[in-house]
Design a protein around this ligand. Sequence first.
Ligand SMILES: NC(=O)c1ccc[n+]([C@@H]2O[C@H](COP(=O)([O-])OP(=O)(O)OC[C@H]3O[C@@H](n4cnc5c(N)ncnc54)[C@H](OP(=O)(O)O)[C@@H]3O)[C@@H](O)[C@H]2O)c1
Length: 279
Amino acid sequence: MSRNTHLVLGATGKTGRRIAARLRLRGTPVRAASRSSRARFDWSDPGTWDAVLQDVVVAYVVPPPVPGPVHQFVVRAEAAGVRRLVLLSGRGADGWGDSAFGLEMLSAEEAVRGSSLEWTVLRASNFAQNFDEDAFHAPLIAGELALPAGAVPEPFIDVEDVADAAVAVLTERRRHAGRVYELSGPRALTFAEAVELISRTSGRPLTYRQITRVEYVSTLVEQGLSEREADQIAEMFVLMGSGLIAETTDDLATVLGRTPRTFEEYVVRAAAAGAWHER
Ligand SMILES: NC(=O)c1ccc[n+]([C@@H]2O[C@H](COP(=O)([O-])OP(=O)(O)OC[C@H]3O[C@@H](n4cnc5c(N)ncnc54)[C@H](OP(=O)(O)O)[C@@H]3O)[C@@H](O)[C@H]2O)c1
């Protein structure tokens, strides 16, 4: 493979697979890597790292599920001759204080921002696609989403926009070096409003129900998560409730020169693809 290889970690995930597809369409040499990809990469097995870093000029990094490994990964990337790193992180990460939420993202930011390489951090709001490709999907298929989300709205971002921004940052050298972009959708809406839009557009009677943090944690534990994992996820709703990440930002327009896609555009597209059909 060419020395201009663009490494995409988390390549089977929501952002990685969209980024890899966009890069391939442009004719960019791509190495799409994850535990289940042909280019096997496992954060918990450093023996898989050097092979995927060969001939890589720039890497898109989706943080590992636990804090720590990115520090060692950055050392390996530097040694392999990688020039640039683009890290996916979460909105407002430097304001999370001593919250237990997102420790893996904070650790990854510290590693990437402390590296000798050219780096860029993309801090994204909650993804719209969480409603059809991730944790909120199964409850909606069952007819009800119950969360401790409260009335503070969230500026959900369309993952297609995250992928567009990531590709711009991966392919435009220097312009984005040392920048931290806070990426949001164009409008903040509550979870109740989001579910109402999905219900209306999909033609199914879907409801949002407000629950307490304790109820949410015990639901997650019933689903098989450990108490600690469940607590960490619940912390995200505490952060959201504080209003810290509720504002929209202009950073997507700074990167792409256009406004972000709306939540309504996302809902129409996903509903038309049958995302919330009764199974
Ligand atoms: N969802 C949101 O609203 C949101 C918002 C902002 C930031 N984030 C952050 O975005 C990240 C997730 O990105 P995403 O949504 O694009 O991915 P995703 O859909 O959650 O998929 C995870 C990806 O990582 C790979 N992976 C999982 N464990 C791995 C391991 N131990 N070693 C190597 N690869 C592994 C998976 O592939 P394999 O199973 O094949 O390994 C998959 O490609 C998380 O750090 C999350 O905190 C999420």
